[in-house]
Design a binder for this molecule. Structure first.
Ligand code: HEM
Length: 344
């Protein structure tokens, strides 16, 4: 199998692999379906912008045709928005020129957010503003666009609840402690997700977003040569994948633009192969592979690896719950920006 970036403008260099993987039969357990208490509603814009979903949809489908990487980029953007002080569009704000206070998007942890994600939202917002001026928040447009891209990439379609206002604050200093890192232990991941009101099951389910997209060598290179100071690679990494990754990612001095697909078999398809890959030691990040290694999460990984519908259903519910983190309402804490990159 070979693959390539369909985004001619992308600065990323994609690595493609020929990998065989095996699915093993697994047992079933129950996913938690808790929904968060929010004031959001599906028909929030029924009067003020009834055609909102079609407007955003026309942009996302065009964007997906032209640059398929926009899907992974926008889904990740939504995650990074929600985890840092709530789903309030604050990830979209640019640092004020000359200001010493950097905005979230300029934090080190956000440096690899692709421009295609921001572009999708900018285009959708411009179209929405032309038809429904001043009515719709950037945060809601991001939530809708993320759902559209999940579906366009082959994943589930679900209703998006709306009514988020845009946050007035965006500070890079808020980012590091609120986002997970690729070298996090399972305990750290569980703890962080818990602070966002998300369960251990939702950690496993939302990590399934890594069924599409790519990661830079720096995010996993420690697994290839000197895992935890052992001078050995991570034993939980398949030897064929190890070999392929080593060819593209030297221990030091490599091209920093090189990326590898999370899902070596179907990197552009939103499916449940991510979980089967974990069982086959084909997880790219240590944090992904931990989900199969830890007894608290392994059963659910096995279950989702063999049941696409169950994954899709659980993912839709978990995205809805993630989308309700730290929602802001009203002018005291919120605003509706005309330009998503500029705080009014
Ligand atoms: C569980 C903890 C998580 C960790 C440690 C993590 C970490 C990462 C890292 C390191 C990258 C690669 C960045 C790069 O090198 O360019 C990445 C990419 C990505 N993440 Fe996560 N992530 C996590 C959870 C999530 C969640 C919950 C979602 C969405 C629901 C998500 C969606 C994505 C997507 C779609 C990409 C690919 C982006 C692209 O190709 O442009 N991640 N993540």
């Amino acid at each position: 199998m070979s693959c390539s970036s369909s985004s001619s403008s992308s600065p990323f260099v994609f690595i493609c692999f020929l990998i065989l993987f095996y699915l093993s039969p697994t047992s079933l357990s129950k996913t938690t379906n808790k929904t968060a208490k929010t004031q959001l509603s599906v028909d929030y814009y029924a009067k003020s912008c009834p055609q909102l979903e079609q407007l955003v949809g026309s942009v996302t489908s065009q964007q997906f045709k032209e640059t398929p990487v926009s899907a992974a980029a926008t889904i990740r953007l939504f995650f990074h928005d929600c985890f840092v002080d709530g789903c309030d569009g604050s990830i979209l704000i640019s640092t004020v020129p000359g200001s010493k206070v950097l905005a979230e998007k300029d934090a080190v942890d956000n440096k690899d957010l692709r421009k295609e994600g921001f572009e999708s939202i900018t285009k959708a917002k411009a179209l929405v503003e032309s038809k429904c001026p001043g009515a719709v928040s950037c945060a809601d447009i991001l939530a809708i666009a993320a759902r559209d891209f999940v579906h366009l990439a082959g994943g589930p379609y679900y209703q998006v609840k709306k009514g988020r206002w845009d946050g007035k604050l965006s500070m890079a200093s808020r980012v590091p402690s609120n986002l997970p890192h690729s070298n996090y232990t399972i305990d750290q991941l569980i703890k962080l997700f818990n602070t966002k009101g998300l369960t251990i099951e939702e950690l496993v389910v939302l990590s399934g977003a890594h069924t599409i997209g790519f990661a830079h060598c720096e995010q996993f290179v420690s697994r290839l040569y000197d895992y935890h100071g052992t001078k050995q690679p991570d034993p939980a990494l398949d030897p064929r994948l190890l070999k392929a990754l080593r060819m593209s990612c030297p221990q030091s001095g490599g091209n920093t633009d090189i990326v590898a697909p999370f899902d070596v078999t179907t990197p552009f398809l939103f499916d449940h192969t991510y979980y089967a890959n974990l069982e086959a030691k084909l997880g790219l990040l240590a944090s992904d592979q931990h989900l199969f290694l830890d007894p608290r999460t392994k059963t659910l990984v096995q279950e989702l690896g063999k049941d696409k519908q169950k994954f899709f259903q659980a993912f839709a519910i978990a995205m809805d719950k993630m989308g309700s983190i730290g929602v802001k309402r009203g002018t005291r804490h919120g605003e509706k920006r005309k330009d998503c990159s500029v705080h009014m």
